[in-house]
Design a binder for this molecule. Sequence first.
Ligand code: KDG
Ligand code: MG
Length: 412
Amino acid sequence: MLIERADVIVTSPGRNFVTLKITTDDGVVGYGDGTLNGRELSVASYLTDHVVPLLIGRDAHAIEDTWQYLYRGAYWRRGPVTMAAIAAVDTALWDIKAKVAGLPLYQLLGGASRDRCLVYGHASGKDIPELFDSVRQHIEEGFRAIRIQTGVPGLDSVYGVASSAAAAIGDDTRYDYEPARRSALPAEESWDTRAYLRHVPSVFEAVRGEFGEDIALLHDAHHRLTPIQAAKLGKSLEPYDLFWLEDVTPAENQEALRWVRHHTTTPLAIGEVFNSVWDYQHLIREQLIDYVRSPITHAGGISSVRRIMDYAAMYQVKSGMHGPTDVSPVGLAAAVHLGLALHNFGIQEYMVHSEQTREVFGPTHEFAHGGLRPSEKPGLGIHFDEDLAAKYPYERAYLPVNRLQDGTVHDW
Ligand code: KDG
Ligand code: MG
């Protein structure tokens, strides 16, 4: 079975997505997600200009060989653009293989290790009352694990807080935080680490006081702290029993996590910006983290994230794959199939895609009892509507830039 064609589809049903569609000579079609938020066209070009010509005529079943051919063959290894492009190819080929086998993809990855994948949703509010409304809404929808982000007194706009949460709650639709904005230039947010560190423990105290001990709570510090600040935050949150504290320090410096780890028992998650097993080399071997955040979409696909998770399994480190709305329904479907099969699955991030997005991608996985389960359809279970996708052309959008109050650019 040979690859006959490969098409790169950029569509923007509410936000931008890059999808690779691979078609075999006997007409089987597979989809892969290569969306890189705010830099989408670079992946589209990498695929169209450099990868698609290499795919034509290759054996569609030779997934591992194609992965190695694209990774080693490029010479220039790793990096988010390369690894998102390889992810799109790898995921589409797994979709094809499972469709040919007539099986849902998780069956080819070893079969189900559990009934469904526990997920966490995003609750946020500019203040405590707004946050409580958002948490309550998530609990009513069936979430059993919830990420908590709030505004910080004195700061105008802060990572993770849905700007229209109050309005959305009013009309019963949930609004998830969406950081990328369609505009000619990135929006700017402001930051003050001391104000943040003073405020966050009181937020978790309030949430535990209102909602009790049962619900799993998570928090994302979004790469903003120094090791010693991160250690302080972890320690101050220990009484509130977090499921995890995410991305406390900028991810490039693996050694920073040693400092944090030695000071706190709050579980740590990191890696949504990592794209290969090498980025985890010390973090996993030295057991400096508890959860791996890399999504299939940004880290070389199913084959490569499975490699990371097999390495992680030796050290009791679990998966916690990135799953905001900038991972398309194709990427989310891939995560749910792999998550169902992995023994060391931990949790899956789940920001619900907009109606428009779901109409274009036609995902078939189901949310119930606080978790996601893939459908029994062969492959990933995606019914992509190309005609509808064509009605939503790409629109330039950027992630925000962050500045300290004196104007210094800070990690966003
Ligand atoms: O595109 C960037 C977002 O996906 C990221 O900011 C979301 O940190 C994030 C998360 O944990 O979902
Ligand atoms: Mg994050």
